[in-house]
Design a protein around this ligand. Structure first.
Ligand code: SF4
Length: 376
């Protein structure tokens, strides 16, 4: 069961922390939609005969598309691929774009999961991050999503925001968890090179929070989501049982997927490829019937490193039986030898043949993962 990701790179306003590929939205999306459809046609064989179990419309801001435009894209995918009858179809939405009517229409065209970019319940945080929506709009977006009949609602939050502090983070979590939602993605703010926040930091206008506060906020996140019945299934993701994101979990489980749109990545088990990060060139190349992308064939060592990188972020961890079967004795011995010290430090534990990070280990997951990378 494969997945399809569609990148809709348009944003009405640029958030200060964002380093995703995005451009300012335009009035007419028809040229872009034609290019997306063309790319899907050209790459119809990419997933071989795999059926499609998940479709994810991400961005950018997919909610800058009208329902009719989203439907046109989905309709073409249905003609080109075998979409499983019970598939997960997610769309990312910005709270200020959506009305009850828009949400009802999304349901009518088969979208069954929505991901709302709430980020914070404090106006000052939203202003600092240059988000477009207000707290009231975020509130209405969740309420209207419930009213429209969406059962599978995910909310995105951010922590580690300068000036927010642990008490406000606690209130943000309480507020979020008081809604009828099934999934929460919570990301620590990082200042990425080239973003507005990076420039502000360079001028001394933004100070990142310290490690102690980061740790306290992460621990509070784990504590409060657990009390509310959410399972911490991936470092940044929490779901009620039966509501983990299938699309994103499949990325972590090395399930093939095809990404359409500029900057979108694809993976077929043996190679990765990524489309050019330039909207104009993307559209131009598709008009000529020649998509522009770069590609990397994955050797066994790279596949091992990718497996470690993704699996260690999840509650399922490293499956030792899988490692032995796919990466043979060399891979198995490598993992066993390295894991010893992390187990001794209480950062990792072995449960039923799987090596998983403890809560303490999750705090420094990036460091642990980098130690596990097999050198050339
Ligand atoms: S809406 Fe999303 S993609 Fe667009 S600038 Fe903000 S964070 Fe980036």
């Amino acid at each position: 069961m494969a997945g399809i990701y569609i990148h809709i790179p348009f944003c009405k306003k640029l958030c200060h922390y964002c380093d995703f590929y995005h451009v300012i939205s335009r009035e007419d999306n028809s040229e872009y939609i034609s290019a997306l459809i063309k790319e899907a046609e050209i790459r119809q064989d990419y997933l071989l005969s795999d059926t499609v179990g998940t479709i994810y419309l991400g961005g950018g801001t997919p909610s800058v598309f009208t329902v009719k435009e989203l439907d046109a894209v989905l309709d073409h995918l249905k003609q080109l691929f075998v979409i499983e009858p019970v598939s997960e179809i997610t769309v990312e939405l910005n709270p200020d774009d959506i009305t009850l009517d828009y949400l009802k229409c999304l349901r009518a065209i088969g979208i069954n999961r929505i991901s709302l970019g709430v980020q914070s319940w404090r106006e000052e945080d939203l202003r600092l991050m240059n988000r477009r929506h207000t707290v009231m709009q975020a509130y209405d977006a969740i309420e209207n999503s419930n009213k429209a009949g969406f059962e599978n609602i995910s909310v995105d939050l951010m922590y580690g925001i300068p000036g927010m502090g642990i008490d406000n983070w606690a209130s943000n979590l309480d507020k979020t968890l008081s809604f009828d939602i099934k999934h929460l993605s919570a990301y620590h703010l990082t200042v990425e090179p080239g973003t507005i926040f990076d420039k502000m930091k360079g001028k001394g206008l933004l100070e990142e929070i310290d490690e102690e506060e980061s740790t306290a906020e992460f621990n509070l996140l784990i504590e409060k989501t657990e009390s509310a019945g959410f399972v911490h299934y991936e470092i940044s993701n929490f779901g009620k049982p039966g509501y983990f994101s299938i699309h994103n979990t499949n990325y972590l489980k090395q399930v093939p997927y095809m990404g359409l749109g500029p900057s979108a990545h694809s993976f077929n088990g043996y190679s990765r490829q990524w489309n050019i990060r330039d909207l104009k060139k993307y559209i131009k190349s598709l008009a000529k019937g020649k998509p522009l992308f770069e590609k990397e064939e994955l050797d066994l060592r790279t596949r091992f490193n990718e497996y470690i990188m993704t699996s260690l972020r999840t509650m399922w961890g490293i499956d030792l039986e899988y490692v032995e079967r796919v990466f043979e004795k060399e891979g198995y011995d490598y993992v066993i030898n390295l894991s010893g010290k992390f187990i001794n430090y209480g950062l990792m534990k072995q449960v039923d043949g799987n090596l998983i990070l403890t809560n303490q280990g999750k705090l420094i997951s990036d460091n642990i993962i980098s130690e596990f990378m097999m050198p050339e």
